[in-house]
Design a protein around this ligand. Structure first.
Ligand code: ZN
Length: 382
């Protein structure tokens, strides 16, 4: 990881680099700040810089043996601790059990979040944490001299998820650190970290990414219109992880398939083209149940957004997050979605969703929905 991989934070990067140049590296640091601001990547970039054998003024060289190992996150003097879960294979899980997923997680993007990590581990509703057994693992890993670098670095991501016994053992290690060892804690919620740890670490506050920086960084990486990027930046509110998700949805192929279906469905209904309605109902019924539900959820979303557009056209650029195609379509379509029919339309689409879920006769459900929609689109706004 390089400093240049992370958008913005130039003053902080410079301070970190100076601390290395001036030989003033603290043995325990705490990077804090909101989700999606690149703080975990900054910690890794800092560790890589420390260990680089041929440092530039602004970043690691990327070519030395140390940098090459850091690039794959396999450097023997770099250690990670992060929340993990119990599985069938690991009843007392520790971080190294999940190192493969972790390396992928770090490499996928410079921006990280707890939920994204949980998805990577393939779970949603299980308690993840840093458990007591982890502290023994830390002691074991740090009990050797650095193998190849001057320092060993232990990066602890989300220390707020540490249980109390692990926290106390970590505190002891920070108070009496093994020689040549640097701890970098990376946290979002410092209220949940024990006070004694807070008081013994040097705090590095890392703020949200500014709108201007995010705009420039997205423009450099992605191929979207300025207008689309501005919308994304507005919604993401300094969280680069969120911005990436929004941009990905925008590229999402399923999304554009649903849009095509929706536009066709509405045109058929508005023109009362019965034959087209029947053949589209047949087509939709042929797709899987999940695809059908997905189409209905998508339709509900687009109906809702068109209603918002209808009642407050001045908010067009602020509230709505629509792809360019959806936007062009909605410019006219929103005139037909108003306070006199929105509730009934939403009801009918919800009803269809419930029928599909309960194994309804799908073709008839969609034909019936098309006919009802045709009637509702004819209702006048006044
Ligand atoms: Zn290097």
């Amino acid at each position: 990881m390089f400093f240049r991989d992370i958008a913005g934070h130039n003053t902080i990067k410079q301070k970190l680099i100076n601390s290395v140049k001036m030989n003033r590296v603290s043995h325990a640091l705490l990077f804090t700040g909101p989700e999606g601001n690149g703080k975990l990547s900054l910690a890794i970039a800092y560790a890589q810089y420390l260990s680089c054998e041929n440092k530039n003024d602004n970043d690691s060289c990327g070519k030395c043996v140390s940098c090459l190992k850091y690039g794959k996150l396999i450097h023997p003097d770099l250690h990670f601790v992060y929340p993990v879960i119990k599985t069938k294979s690991y009843s007392k899980p520790v971080s190294v059990n999940f190192i493969k997923q972790w390396r992928e997680f770090i490499s996928e993007s410079p921006y990280h979040g707890f939920n994204k990590w949980m998805i990577k581990l393939g779970i949603e509703n299980q308690q993840a944490g840093i458990f007591a057994q982890e502290s023994e693992e830390i002691i074991k890993q740090l009990s050797f001299k650095p193998y190849e670098s001057e320092f060993k670095v232990m990066i602890i991501w989300m220390p707020e998820k540490m249980n109390i016994s692990a926290s106390n053992k970590l505190l002891k290690m920070i108070e009496e650190p093994p020689p040549k060892t640097i701890f970098i804690l990376v946290a979002e919620d410092t209220d949940k970290i024990i006070k004694t740890i807070l008081s013994r670490t040097q705090l590095v506050k890392i703020p949200r990414i500014s709108e201007q920086t995010m705009f420039e960084s997205i423009k450099e990486k992605y191929n979207f219109t300025d207008e689309k990027i501005k919308e994304t930046v507005n919604i993401a509110d300094g969280n680069f992880l969120k911005a990436e998700e929004l941009l990905k949805n925008n590229e999402n192929k399923a999304g554009s398939e649903n849009f095509k279906k929706f536009a066709q469905f509405m045109r058929n209904a508005y023109g009362i083209k019965i034959n087209n309605m029947i053949s589209q109902a047949e087509d939709i019924a042929k797709s899987g149940r999940e695809a059908q539900k997905d189409f209905l959820s998508y339709s509900l979303k687009l109906l809702r957004e068109n209603f918002i557009l209808n009642i407050s056209p001045e908010n067009q650029n602020k509230i709505l997050f629509l792809t360019d195609n959806e936007k062009i379509f909605s410019e006219k379509f929103n005139n037909f979605i108003h306070k006199n029919n929105i509730r009934q339309l939403m009801n009918e689409f919800n009803e269809a969703y419930n029928h599909i879920e309960r194994n309804g006769y799908n073709k008839l459900v969609f034909l019936d929905l098309a006919l009802k929609t045709a009637r509702l689109l004819k209702i006048k706004p006044q």
